[in-house]
Design a protein around this ligand. Structure first.
Ligand code: HEM
Length: 409
């Protein structure tokens, strides 16, 4: 299939937003589908019934108005994170993973993760790891030759089909185990509420069909997995930015002290009073977008753009990283500079309108993600100074910053 890379915001808006009716399919990733993700709405074709119903469940629960019901819980978890990190700063990565996982599993299923070996958290992480491998392009023979999937697995060279079957079993478990727990807990009123599964089960009542239940389980599973890696990356990049830019950290701390004082901790309702903290999060997402090439779209019918013929089926990739490093919009794009937004929401939106993707496939977890990152940043800045580790001779340990390659960065 031809691939079209969109480097400009103008082209992304024209094609993925204004012409979204034909630019919102996903590429057919056979290996990912065989590995169990055929039901996940991130891979569903645009506007099919499953995709619409699953997105509807999520947009009802996480709309900007209704997502605030999770605020108190997010505030509590940001404080738990601060306490854990101050006790054990060298375990930052693991502690952030545990906290983001706890938040998502609690929001979608009403289940509280108590330790890093929790079976639901482990399963969801494993399924995300599988997704990154199975959705990698150019790796699997079955992606370019779908007929390959019908070969018997005793034939030499078909090892990937056996791998897909193994992965499929694990992915199904990652979706159905937490959902089954949540459904049972809903019936006995023992889950933490509100949560997406119990709210939806309550709305649908006794008349829920097995198809609706399937959609709910997959909607919750897709969201939990979709939010995990991005939430971890955003939070770790925030800590890194504060470590590298103490002057920014000081300025944010001054903003917090001036706006809310030192008698209480920040809350999500304080967002309007803390534009510099919001600018920091925006700049973290701009400099290191968690999904630098977005999630590929696919074109559902032939099209013409600026005299170019674009064939049906073309894979359309939004180069989010490039757009967020365009020097004409973001001067000195490689420097970390939250002041570039002048504390103005309209300037920050130039980033958030890109980093969460485009058109009808835009990220359904956007508001939740923004709330999570904001409250973690505000709580950490209100209570801690993030400093590098110090050598025995009193000098800072400065380690090189390196990123691994993959779908997430
Ligand atoms: C800073 C954090 C995040 C960033 C930067 C981000 C970014 C993105 C991007 C670029 C896309 C692709 C949009 C497109 O196709 O044009 C996407 C899709 C998606 N995101 Fe996020 N995301 C974040 C957090 C989350 C969270 C917290 C969740 C869940 C709670 C989530 C769930 C999803 C799902 C399920 C999709 C697929 C939507 C579809 O195919 O219809 N994301 N996200």
């Amino acid at each position: 299939m031809p691939v079209m890379l969109l480097n400009s915001v103008e082209a992304a808006k024209e094609l993925l937003e204004q012409r979204s009716a034909i630019y919102s399919h996903r590429p057919h990733l056979e290996m990912a589908r065989l590995s169990g993700f055929d039901e996940a709405f991130v891979l569903q074709q645009y506007n099919n019934d499953k995709w619409r119903q699953e997105r509807k469940i999520i947009s009802q629960d996480l709309s900007s108005r209704s997502v605030s019901k999770y605020n108190a819980f997010l505030e509590q978890e940001a404080r738990v994170l601060v306490r854990a990190v101050t006790n054990n700063p060298s375990e930052l990565n693991q502690l952030v993973t545990e906290r983001i996982g706890t938040i998502l599993i609690r929001v979608f299923y009403g289940y509280y993760v108590n330790d890093s070996d929790d079976p639901f958290l482990t399963l969801i992480r494993a399924s995300m790891n599988i997704f990154s491998q199975a959705a990698a392009s150019g790796v699997w023979a079955v992606d370019s030759l779908p007929i390959f999937k019908y070969l018997p697995t005793w034939l030499p060279g078909t090892g990937s089909l056996i791998t897909a079957q193994r992965w499929r079993n694990l992915v199904c478990k990652a979706v159905w185990a937490p959902y089954s727990w949540s459904k049972k807990a809903f019936k006995t009123a023992s889950s933490l509420t509100p949560n997406t599964c119990s709210t939806t089960l309550e709305n649908l009542g006794e008349a829920i069909s097995s198809e609706q239940e399937h959609q709910l389980a997959w909607a919750a599973g897709t969201m939990t997995a979709g939010g995990l890696e991005t939430g971890i990356i955003g939070t770790l990049n925030f800590f890194l930015a504060m470590l590298l830019h103490p002057e920014v950290q000081n300025k944010a701390q001054e903003e917090i002290t001036a706006a809310i004082g030192r008698d209480r901790l920040p809350t999500i309702a304080d967002k309007p009073k803390l534009p510099y903290v919001r600018s920091i999060i925006t700049e973290v997402l701009r400099l290191n977008p968690p999904i630098p090439l977005g999630v590929a779209h696919a074109l559902s019918q032939h099209d013409i753009y600026k005299d170019m013929h674009i064939p049906k089926g073309t894979i359309v990739v939004a180069n989010i990283w490039h757009m967020l490093h365009d020097p004409s919009t973001f001067p000195n794009p490689t420097s970390f500079n939250p002041d570039r937004y002048d504390n103005l929401p309209s300037k920050m939106e130039e980033v958030t309108n890109i980093v969460f993707g485009f058109g009808r496939r835009t990220c359904p977890g956007k508001t939740l993600a923004e709330n999570i990152l904001f409250i973690i940043a505000a709580t950490v800045l209100a209570t801690c100074h993030i400093r590098p580790k110090v050598n025995e001779d009193g000098t800072d340990v400065v380690t090189a910053v390196r990123y691994s390659s993959g779908m997430f960065r």
